[in-house]
Design a protein around this ligand. Structure first.
Ligand SMILES: *Cc1c(COP(=O)(O)O)cnc(C)c1O
Length: 340
């Protein structure tokens, strides 16, 4: 495996810090919790899509794209980071946004990531929940091509083998940092969605034979579907790396018990996780992904699934810009806590 063989734009601020969380660890009274700060990747308030876009947007540049197109939920962090890359490369960016929550308030629909999409100069088009977004993106791309444009299409979440290379890179970076610190990682956990993050991590960890147990906390799909998506993409990523056959089905583990009612809908334990990280460690999570991943982490510590003496790394995948689209939910919750 040799990542330097793949075209890449070095836009991210790497390596991201790997730091202990002493106050959260003490509060939970269990394992030693560490955080890998992929919320600090440096572009447009950061997040995990930046590592993927280093490889994806290098391809867009290579084909001479005039315009990049992608899709996601209204408060998509992926859309925002794609818009920022396009701005930096002088490309146009068009984003198809799907309403997956039914929230009608101003901030959800115009603030947070949506505001930043527009500040970066992207155009957006909204679609109702359940719409055929892939088909719609094909249509938009064909229309632009008919107008003589060179179009580069990025799947939702940047989750294809090229994008997942960003998390192969993260796996190597993290293991290198842990080696330097003398930190034996007993568990690595993070929020999983469109699956590129987990698939890239699995392919990378297997390629260097790190034997670090990895667990994704789901944010949308039920467990069998989530694990199958991650597995399929991890296999294809390993093939792209030139390491076929390294990923086994049992390497892929997702726990989807913290999703709640559905994608983009935070529940009480999501909001509690956001408050705990903010109040104990000064770290901002988000209501769609990292808050649900952290809710899983907190529950695993409280219920002894992660044990005292073990070392757990939480990969913080970012998303704090989304907080500004969720103020109504977050404020409801803090006033009810204040009243307790
Ligand atoms: C997209 C995203 C994830 C999930 O990553 P996938 O690669 O889509 O599984 C997690 N956290 C945040 C903040 C995200 O934006």
């Amino acid at each position: 495996m040799h990542l330097a063989r793949f075209p890449r734009l070095k836009f991210a601020h790497l390596p991201t810090p790997l730091e202990p969380l002493p106050r959260l660890s003490k509060e939970l009274g269990g394992p030693e919790i560490w955080i890998k700060r992929d919320d600090c990747t440096g572009i447009s308030s950061g997040g995990n899509k930046t590592r993927k876009l280093e490889f994806l947007m290098a391809e867009a540049e290579k084909i001479g794209a005039d315009i990049v197109m992608t899709q996601g939920a209204t408060q998509s962090n992926h859309a925002r980071q794609t818009a920022a890359f396009a701005a930096r490369l002088g490309m146009d960016c068009h984003i198809l946004l799907e309403d997956r929550t039914g929230y009608t308030d101003h901030n959800y629909n115009q603030n947070g990531n949506v505001l930043l999409d527009h500040l970066h100069g992207a155009t957006t088009q909204k679609y109702p929940g359940g719409h055929d977004m892939v088909g719609e993106m094909d249509k938009s791309a064909d229309a632009a091509r008919a107008n003589g444009k060179v179009v580069y299409v990025i799947p939702g979440g940047g989750s294809n083998p090229t994008g997942a290379l960003g998390y192969v890179n993260c796996a190597m970076e993290l293991v290198g940092q842990a080696n330097d610190l003398g930190l034996v990682i007993d568990h690595l956990v993070h929020a999983t969605g469109s699956s590129g993050t987990q698939a890239g991590l699995i392919a990378g960890l297997k390629a260097i034979n790190a034997a670090i147990p990895l667990l994704g906390f789901g944010t949308r799909a039920p467990q069998p579907k989530q694990e199958q998506m991650v597995y399929d993409l991890a296999v294809r990523t390993a093939d792209l790396l030139g390491c076929p056959g390294i990923v086994a089905r049992e390497d892929v583990r997702a726990d989807t018990n913290y999703v709640g009612e559905g994608y983009g809908l935070p529940r009480a334990d999501t909001l509690e996780a956001i408050r705990m990280f903010a109040e104990l460690e000064g770290i901002l999570l988000d209501p769609v992904y990292s808050g649900k991943g952290a809710a899983g982490l907190i529950d695993y510590c409280r219920t002894g699934k992660f044990k005292p003496g073990e070392r757990v790394v939480f990969l913080h995948t970012g998303g704090s810009a989304g907080l500004f689209g969720y103020d109504s939910v977050l404020l409801d919750h803090s006033s009810s806590l204040a009243a307790e």
